[in-house]
Design a protein around this ligand. Structure first.
Ligand code: MEV
Length: 319
């Protein structure tokens, strides 16, 4: 805590390169932390817990409320949050908020607060708040860089940590981050992750193609790791396109996402494009050697498009 009594933490947003939704069913996923962050500060308060000067509201501040319920046993706190990650846009704003807040609460409560502890505890916050979640987003935000989450320990990869819930386990691995350019385009249409996860659940339970599509996403993800490690942008882009088609069949694409994906693919120098995150709106990512051209094409269609670079910075706490 600094002299004014405030402690602070920050954590990055993320993009999912491969494997969203399928990861909920035990397939691997590959994510990259991005250079946009969420910052949280907290200090003891004598009266009541407040967020940005207003009393904590368990609906409006759902992730903070869960984090406090699960990981805080002491008195009221005044909390301040700031975000560079647009909310409900598929870029991991709620995971980054959960990670930064959980890290801060564990540290202030003198509980184990190494990244492995925070990744597990922040996953519990997301799971409780959303009703269903994989540890993908909270793991990528805690670790920074490029992360493969897998149901198995991958012998050839650098291990990060193991996560669990009930009988299920996931293993997080560090993948060397690519030196590639991505453009993110936010459609501006917001979709709730919990609703999109429930939509996929209905599809998988009722359509015989469901399980095969999830398994194919798993194969695409593994091929994506190879392409990333060998720096093969053309192969990576082709796999992103394929992953997008599979997500389209699962029903999490949207007409505006599809329009933006098609427009991005037409720009010379684009290797691939796909929705990222839960879908239904939210954002797409474009792998391109001409970021300015893609940004112009998408901005012309009304998207909020910006270049991002993968960030090695995961959870950071001060002091
Ligand atoms: C959302 O960013 C990713 C999903 O796979 C949900 C999850 O993994 O919890 C759609």
């Amino acid at each position: 805590m600094d002299v004014t009594g405030w402690a602070a933490a920050s954590a990055p947003g993320k993009i999912i390169l491969f494997g969203e939704h399928a990861v909920v069913y035990g397939e691997p996923s590959l994510s990259l932390a991005i250079d946009r962050r969420v910052r949280v500060r907290a200090a003891p308060d004598a009266a009541a817990t407040t967020v940005n000067g207003e009393r904590l509201d368990r609906h409006r501040h759902a992730y903070l409320d869960t984090a406090l319920r699960l990981h805080w046993g002491d008195g009221p706190l005044k909390m301040r949050t700031e975000s560079e990650v647009p909310s409900a846009s598929g870029l991991g704003s709620s995971a980054a908020l959960s990670v930064a807040t959980t890290g801060l609460l564990l540290r202030l409560g003198h509980r184990p607060s190494r990244p492995a502890n925070v990744a597990q505890a922040a996953f519990e916050v997301e799971y409780e708040t959303q009703g269903a979640a994989s540890p993908n987003d909270t793991t990528a935000s805690t670790a920074g860089g490029a992360v493969l989450l897998s149901p198995e320990r991958e012998a050839a990869m650098e291990p990060l940590w193991q996560l669990s819930r009930g009988e299920r386990s996931w293993f997080a691995h560090r993948v060397p981050p690519p030196s590639l350019s991505f453009v993110i385009a936010n459609t501006g249409s917001r979709a709730r992750t919990s609703e999109m996860v429930a939509k996929v659940r209905r599809f998988v339970d009722s359509d015989p193609r469901g399980k095969k599509i999830l398994q194919e996403i798993g194969r695409v993800t593994r091929d994506g790791v190879d392409a990333l490690r060998s720096g093969d942008a053309a192969r990576l882009g082709g796999l992103m396109d394929r992953n997008h088609e599979l997500l389209h069949v699962l029903g999490v694409d949207s007409p505006v996402l599809q329009k933006f994906v098609e427009a991005a693919r037409k720009v010379p120098g684009t290797w691939g494009a796909k929705l990222t995150g839960a879908g239904g709106g939210g954002s797409l990512i474009v792998l391109t050697e001409k970021p300015a051209g893609v940004q112009r094409a998408l901005a012309g269609l009304g998207a909020d498009a910006f270049p991002v670079v993968p960030s090695l910075r995961g959870l950071e706490m001060q002091p």
